[in-house]
Write a protein that binds this ligand. Structure first.
Ligand code: SF4
Ligand code: SF4
Length: 418
């Protein structure tokens, strides 16, 4: 369920090639020369596909019927596919390349895979090119070797943890059915000892959604200053809520209470959703795809090089191509990419008259489609969005104005009321 929420560039997490690598000539930025074709601005790579070393009971990936690779036991990206990916994507995305790794559990590909990745990036990166590496992990396998990899090239690392032990261990189990909190905390200790920066990704389920204060204090007590909350919404075939799924009202209350807790700390602590609202308010493109106008900012690269438009839609019918066979400009122009992108713009009567539409853009098609398999439905969490936008937009607008003064593109230049 953690899918597209891999940490993204925006704080620490990149390194730059400034000398001696590559051939020094100036490269065309291919994505910008494709007329109206939207550029693929980042790739979400799954080196071990959806395979995981844990067995969390709420996981979206486990036993997913539409998974095209479910029957294949050993799913690992080969060195050949990795090299082709790095070579071609660094060329396509010059001068700023963002590579995010996720799973399942991406560390199952092993540290040697990621050491090779960095070696390839150094070899194929050009003068002046910035490469950002990000990875989302359950932290179970983290040891000193992993820490050295992350530290050496300043990775942007996200650790999945849902709160204190009794909360985390309600749903996050290992293959033997035991809670994993102790192991995760050992991984976190290794990261801290090795001075590796990381943020946390917290899945909001029935275990923690009614405890915003406890959860916030727990993370602050750990010294965490960047938090992502991901709301759980999974349903059975008839569209009934699965037991861990939270309601829109619960999510809205959680966000509003967390906003109040966070506001006095806003200079030192970042919460991704609030960051994204502030970005929209300032007239920038928010880091979170659910607040984009269309679904075309990134693509998923599966372990065998297959490419899909979104991590929630790794399904045969949405396959766009393969890294080993197709060029990035070809993939960017594929009809399926336009068709998928347009799902977000399907007209919704509620959204068309909604005052928050210029920020929300109708939410996430997965959260429309997930319940009754209809893209035309309203985002399941619409009510929560309305609650947090009503509470946060005014204070964030004032804050952005205060920080950026006339340079802030609010409101008129942003082309939106925000
Ligand atoms: S469906 Fe669109 S908004 Fe939702 S996660 Fe995928 S790309 Fe993002
Ligand atoms: S808040 Fe709800 S109605 Fe408004 S744009 Fe978002 S999903 Fe649509």
């Amino acid at each position: 369920m953690e899918s597209h929420h891999t940490p993204r560039a925006g704080r620490a997490g990149s390194f730059c090639y400034t000398q001696g690598v590559g051939d020094g000539f100036s490269l065309p930025v291919l994505g910008d020369s494709l007329g109206t074709t939207p550029r693929i601005s980042s790739v979400l790579i799954k080196p071990a596909s959806a395979v995981c070393n844990l067995d969390c009971s709420y996981c979206f990936y486990l036993d997913r019927e539409a998974d095209p690779y479910a029957s294949l036991p050993a799913r690992r990206m080969t060195e050949e596919t990795l090299e082709r990916l790095v070579d071609t994507y660094l060329f396509y995305s010059y001068p700023n390349s963002v590579l995010a790794f996720q799973g399942g559990e991406p560390t199952l590909a092993g540290p040697a895979f990621f050491e090779k990745l960095v070696e390839l990036e150094k070899y194929y990166g050009r003068d002046g090119q910035t490469v950002s590496n990000a990875l989302q992990t359950n932290a179970i396998l983290i040891d000193d070797r992993w820490c050295a990899i992350f530290r050496e090239t300043n990775w942007l690392l996200g650790v999945s943890i849902d709160g204190p032990e009794e909360v985390h261990d309600r749903y996050r189990f290992n293959k033997a059915g035991h809670g994993t909190w102790q192991q995760v905390m050992r991984g976190i200790e290794r990261l801290k000892t090795n001075k590796v920066e990381f943020n946390v990704l917290c899945v909001l389920s029935q275990a923690n959604v009614d405890k915003p204060r406890e959860i916030y204090r727990f993370f602050r007590g750990l010294g965490i200053d960047y938090i992502q909350y991901i709301p759980l919404a999974e349903f059975d075939r008839e569209g009934n809520l699965l037991p861990f799924t939270i309601t829109p009202q619960q999510y809205g209350r959680f966000l509003c209470e967390t906003f109040d807790l966070w506001w006095p700390d806003r200079r030192s602590v970042r919460i991704r959703f609030f960051d994204n609202i502030a970005e929209a308010v300032a007239g920038q493109k928010p880091g979170n795809c659910t607040m984009h106008e269309t679904c075309d900012s990134y693509v998923v690269v599966e372990y065998n090089g297959d490419i899909y438009p979104c991590d929630f839609f790794v399904e045969k019918s949405w396959k766009l191509g393969n890294v080993n066979l197709d060029s990035w400009p070809e993939i960017a122009r594929r009809q399926g990419r336009y068709q998928f992108a347009a799902k977000k713009t399907l007209p919704r009567p509620e959204c068309q008259v909604c005052e928050y539409q210029p920020v929300c853009h109708g939410g996430c098609p997965k959260l429309r489609h997930g319940r009754y398999r209809r893209f035309e439905d309203l985002d399941y969490f619409c009510e929560a969005y309305k609650m947090i936008y009503a509470k946060s937009l005014e204070p964030l607008k004032k804050e952005v104005r205060r920080l950026f003064g006339d340079a802030a593109r609010v409101p008129a230049q942003a082309g939106s009321p925000y």
